[in-house]
Design a protein around this ligand. Structure first.
Ligand SMILES: *[C@@H]1O[C@H](CO)[C@@H](O)[C@H](O)[C@H]1NC(C)=O
Ligand SMILES: *[C@@H]1O[C@H](CO)[C@@H](O)[C@H](O)[C@H]1NC(C)=O
Ligand SMILES: *[C@@H]1O[C@H](CO)[C@@H](O)[C@H](O)[C@H]1NC(C)=O
Ligand SMILES: *[C@@H]1O[C@H](CO)[C@@H](O)[C@H](O)[C@H]1NC(C)=O
Length: 335
């Protein structure tokens, strides 16, 4: 009897070994860094067999109970992206949001939203957290510390890859990767995207919602407080809108009201923390010489985006470091 059981065990182990070997073999052919894939998929396999946590990854962001600091701030029921249904803002939220860029004669918000969702899809997305899901995400900031960091393979291996504002990939693939699933921007920082990327608009005013409608259709809006792209190349079936309610929640719950409003980088990070199970962060903070510049620029622009007056960069960075400290996110600091 025990002999048969032992043989069964050996057979099971042999099978497992074959699966792991095959997976390693397959992925070492497909991707550049086989060792990483070995670990990632071996862990995923064991996770799927034995998992009972809030997600199927080795660690889950949403595991809030293990840290009071995180649990106090994290609220998974605030939807990061706008739908028709959740676009009804409380008076308080609407006032706060309109105040951000003090629009003088805003159009009727309700009517603009109605028109917006005739142009872009109205879907609840990414709120499917559960024990079977392991969504890995890379948030790629624009810091010069990415120069020469060679994170391309690591970034491209994630399910979701979030970039922001003017971030290019062409010519920087080795360091920052080539894939982009989500590109976060506002009208004044917009750029053209390819068909497979979701444009995530952060609206700061009603005019920004009118702008995205216009930029995807008629091209009539050419100016906000500064000239903006009148047309944008983007797949309108993939356009998403950052929810003003979530925007305010990020500001109050995570930054405790510091700065005038959060930066695109911090808003993107919070998006990832709420829709992903595992978050890795690249290109945040200064480079090794303490310079703040974009990875596609040279150092002469040092300091360009540290103190823009509206963001509390130090506070944002501190919260980011604390998230890393508590293993909610993993930070790659580059060079
Ligand atoms: C979390 O957000 C929901 C939806 O906005 C809200 O009703 C609830 O009170 C929040 N929970 C906490 C603990 O703040
Ligand atoms: C905006 O439009 C809606 C629907 O047309 C209307 O019910 C509402 O009163 C308008 N709001 C304002 C502030 O004019
Ligand atoms: C982009 O994707 C949409 C479907 O999401 C498709 O209808 C359209 O033809 C694509 N455009 C290009 C240029 O590939
Ligand atoms: C963040 O700031 C708090 C209070 O200001 C400080 O106690 C903490 O050490 C800082 N954390 C990090 C990781 O810098």
């Amino acid at each position: 009897m025990t002999f048969i059981e032992d043989r069964r065990k050996i057979r099971t182990l042999a099978l497992l070994f074959c699966v792991v070997t095959f997976t390693t073999f397959l992925f070492s052919y497909t991707f550049r860094d086989p060792s990483l894939y070995f670990f990632k998929y071996a862990f995923r396999l064991s996770d799927n067999l034995f998992s009972k946590g809030p997600c199927a990854c080795r660690r889950c962001v949403a595991e809030a109970e293990d840290d009071p600091w995180f649990a106090e701030r994290f609220n998974q029921s605030v939807h990061p992206l706008m739908t028709r249904e959740n676009s009804v803002l409380s008076d308080e939220t609407f006032k706060w949001w309109q105040w951000l860029q003090s629009e003088r004669q805003p159009a009727n918000f309700t009517e603009v939203v109605e028109e917006l969702f005739r142009v872009i899809p109205d879907e609840v997305l990414y709120m499917d957290a559960g024990p079977k899901r392991c969504r890995t995400c890379a948030v790629v900031g624009n810091s010069g510390n990415l120069k020469g960091a060679r994170y391309g393979g690591l970034i491209d291996s994630c399910d979701v890859i979030i970039r922001m504002n003017q971030a290019p990939t062409t010519g920087f693939e080795e360091d920052v990767g080539a894939r982009t699933t989500h590109h976060v921007m506002y009208p004044e920082s917009a750029m053209d995207l390819d068909n497979t990327t979701s444009l995530v608009l952060i609206p700061f005013k009603t005019l920004d919602l009118q702008w995205i409608i216009s930029a995807l259709t008629t091209g009539t809006i050419k100016h906000t407080y500064t000239p903006v792209m009148s047309r944008i190349k983007a797949n309108k079936d993939k356009v998403l809108i950052y929810n003003p309610t979530f925007f305010k929640y990020t500001y109050e719950s995570w930054l405790e009201g510091h700065g005038r409003y959060p930066s695109t980088g911090f808003l993107s990070l919070m998006l990832a923390v709420h829709i992903c199970d595992e978050v890795t962060v690249f290109g945040f903070g200064a480079d090794q010489n303490g310079n703040w510049h974009h990875y596609w620029e040279d150092n002469s622009l040092a300091g360009a985006f540290r103190h823009t007056g509206v963001h509390d960069g130090d506070r944002e960075y501190n919260v980011t470091l604390q998230l890393a400290d508590k293993h909610k996110i993993q930070m790659f600091r580059g060079r």
